[in-house]
Ligand binder design. Structure first.
Ligand code: PXP
Length: 248
């Protein structure tokens, strides 16, 4: 199977909220999150990723329901493990859920989820979601204990946090790529699907490609940033082109 791309369109909603936070449903609200999702699909995205944060700073509840109804590919809902958001996920039934840690003050998701430290509550949520038809992923640092714990609580997938890989350069980046490789190898041997994401760009992807068994990358910021200059469709096509370098 070729490497799949989940396009994270949170930042399309970030732009909308910058002006229209209090004006939902008004005739002049833009940009449309649905148009962005359909454009991503037309460009070849395999899934649409959105993060419903507790503070609703970008994606809001209506977006989740609208996209679930209208998109033609898969929905990947990123979320914190809280009763409120779990309730929404059980109602919406996204194809995938990716559990992430959430702090109100952070700019974006910082650091992976501590699955080891929250096994009981995560296990309960994973069981509910998986029984409801949603495949669940754990967004974790490339830490072998976190990989093992993800398998033990019954998750189908892990998404390896590539933030450190993206932020470092040279030998430090190479060392992080090796950590990601070891985590991917262990995850695969435990029967987990291996995804990755955070901070990935067309420029840093080639150095990630030593990591085996990757099924899907979730990429947002660099695609939306690039789309300012070339449009969303071209930005996604450029990313898909860069992903073709991943060894089959
Ligand atoms: N995967 C997860 C779990 C995330 O939280 C994020 C950031 O929202 C991404 C992938 C995408 O990261 P970026 O926007 O840096 O491409």
């Amino acid at each position: 199977m070729s490497l799949h791309l989940g396009v994270n369109i949170d930042h399309v909603a970030t732009l909308r909220q910058a002006r229209y936070r209090t004006m939902h449903g008004a005739h002049n609200v833009e940009p449309s999150i649905l148009k962005a999702a359909l454009e991503a699909e037309a460009a070849g995205a395999h899934s649409i990723t959105i993060h419903l944060r507790a503070d609703r700073r970008h994606i809001v509840d209506d977006d989740v329901y609208l996209l679930r109804r209208e998109i033609g590919t898969m929905m990947n809902l990123e979320m914190g493990n809280t009763p409120e958001i779990i309730g929404i996920a059980l109602e919406v039934k996204p194809h995938f859920v990716c559990m992430v840690p959430e702090n109100r003050e952070e700019v974006t998701t910082e650091g992976g989820l501590d699955v080891v430290g929250q096994k009981a509550s995560l296990h309960a949520s994973v069981s509910q979601l998986e029984a409801n038809g949603t495949r669940v992923s754990m967004f974790i640092d490339p830490d072998l204990d976190q990989v093992r714990a993800s398998a033990e609580i019954g998750a189908s997938m892990i998404e390896l946090h590539t933030g450190t890989f993206a932020n470092e350069l040279g030998e430090k980046r190479q060392a992080e790529a090796l950590r990601l490789k070891a985590a991917a190898e262990l995850g695969q041997s435990l029967g987990l699907q291996i995804n990755a994401g955070h901070g990935l760009t067309t420029k840093n992807l080639p150095e990630l490609f030593i990591v085996p068994h990757l099924a899907e990358l979730n990429i947002g910021h660099s695609i939306v940033a690039r789309s300012v200059f070339v449009g969303l469709r071209k930005a996604i096509q450029e990313m898909l082109e860069a992903m073709k370098g991943y060894p089959a």
